[in-house]
Design a protein around this ligand. Sequence first.
Ligand code: F6R
Length: 611
Amino acid sequence: MCGIVAYVGPKEAYPVILKGLKRLEYRGYDSSGVALLNSGLKVFKKKGKVAELEDSLVGKDVHAHIGIGHTRWATHGEPSDRNAHPHQSENGKLAMIHNGIIENYSQLKNELIKKGYHFISDTDTEVLLKFIEDIQQNNNCTLEEAVRIALKRVVGAYVIVLIDQDNPDTLIAARKGSPLVIGIGKGEHFLASDASPIIEYTKEVVYVNDYELAIIRPDELILKNLGNEKITPYVTKLDMELAAIEKGGYDHFMLKEIFEQPDTIFDCLRGRLDAANASITMAGVQNNIDQIKNASRIIIIACGTSWHAGLLAEYIFEELCRIPVEVEYASEFRYRNPVVRPGDVIIAVSQSGETADTLVAIEKAKEQGALIFGVVNVVGSSIARISNAGAYTHAGPEIGVASTKAFTAQLVVLTLIALKVAHAKGSIDTQRFVHLLNELHDIPEKVKATLQTADAVKKLAEKNKDAKDFLYLGRGYNFPIALEGALKLKEISYIHAEGYPAAEMKHGPIALVDETLPVVFVATKDSYHEKIVSNIQEIKARKGKVIAIVTEGDDTITAMADDVIAVPEADEIMAPILSVIPLQLLAYYIGIAKDLDVDKPRNLAKSVTVE
Ligand code: F6R
């Protein structure tokens, strides 16, 4: 949700910023801009993708050793040149970029209008910048001081970075609720929303915390709290390679990430699963095992695809651990005065670790005494840091806006946790425990085999690309996969799709069924197989087009369905990790058949840091 990049040092700032913006474009891509300082402040902004900004700057003087850049996901004001960041102060000397939302911006704006300020854009960012400018002028103070005073009055979430024509070697940055990483080079500093724009220059980084302010010069990084006290920056080393954030020969990040899944799942299991010795090593779980196994209730909090992983985890935890589980949309949980008791354990699931709703929901549950266990992909992210304990999903950077490899990694980690807790609790017998560990051990190879369905799925995509609607149905462990398949299709192809429990379909959605409606059944072999066969018959009886994801060798459904994609046999608990893969591919290939930007679908952003 908006990407920010800044640079100060001996390099040319513009190429560093431009490359960084391209890496962060997954966060927002409706407009972008840069501000550069070189004998005066120059601001360039453009509606559309970063490439359009780049084209518009060919031949322009972009020479500078300090600058800031932004790629936007609109919140206040439509995507346009005018609303793109950076914004400038009334006197034209300051420029600022912002990621987040200033909730009390209209009150501040009214105050500023009364004082004679003019507003060029519709953004909350311009209001905050002019508020800072006003404080600086009235108090005759430094910019750093003015930022500190302003932020004490601001309600909302932000990362801001400012440059000042009168201090051409200094960047001022501050954070609350949105991510900010500072890369430390030799006589230079890099700022960004995540580490991807920084990784090729340095591996030494500082993750800025909420309510911290940074004053950054080529040779100096000063970190302070809003009370003006200095804080020692905590420098960490990035554990990431440049190759992980490049396409590596694939046409799109989404396809690369779908095909990476055998490796990401293997990485996720590495060092944790020891099937030969029937053991699972997960320090975050082990250190809190008594609290988790004796939890009166587990509440899983997440959004979107991560919520679907949470829903599947509900089925697995209740089955294996016999602990009641509730799965909550973070955005609902945070506002509905939920009952959380000290014996409750909260599992927060998030790829980015920065989702605003999930973050606030966690804070709310933490205040009420629950243990917070984070299942997060991005190392060092906000959710990882505020959780009491956790397990990383180790899927590596996910750049495609639609989540794929992070989802299967979430399923693997949640399954490992459930198995470990069940074993400690004694709610699973040894034979089944050992069987499931062996099944997990085999999953990366089975995922590899499942990916061989890609050509068949591509043909299916061609055949169905003009459908107006899709229905996705599943039962039991495959119900969350039906929801996830429908979400992927909506995001990537802009085709309306609904996911539903297969049996619930006859209570309403069956009215939609006719010969034009593709109905995707997620129907791998499980305890409900006969039931789903009946549901398929109900659809066929109404002339619906059935596409079925089945287990290899399933002749019954193969004989009934119009099209079938078969995945390797697996225990019903693990089968969803396989059955989701053809659905990811279906969404991808339909998006490609419709000539859409599958890596950056319209209106979406990778990291939703606004509520
Ligand atoms: C869908 C997708 C989103 C995210 C959701 C939560 O493909 O990516 O639905 O799952 O925005 O994001 P995280 O997992 O980063 O908290």
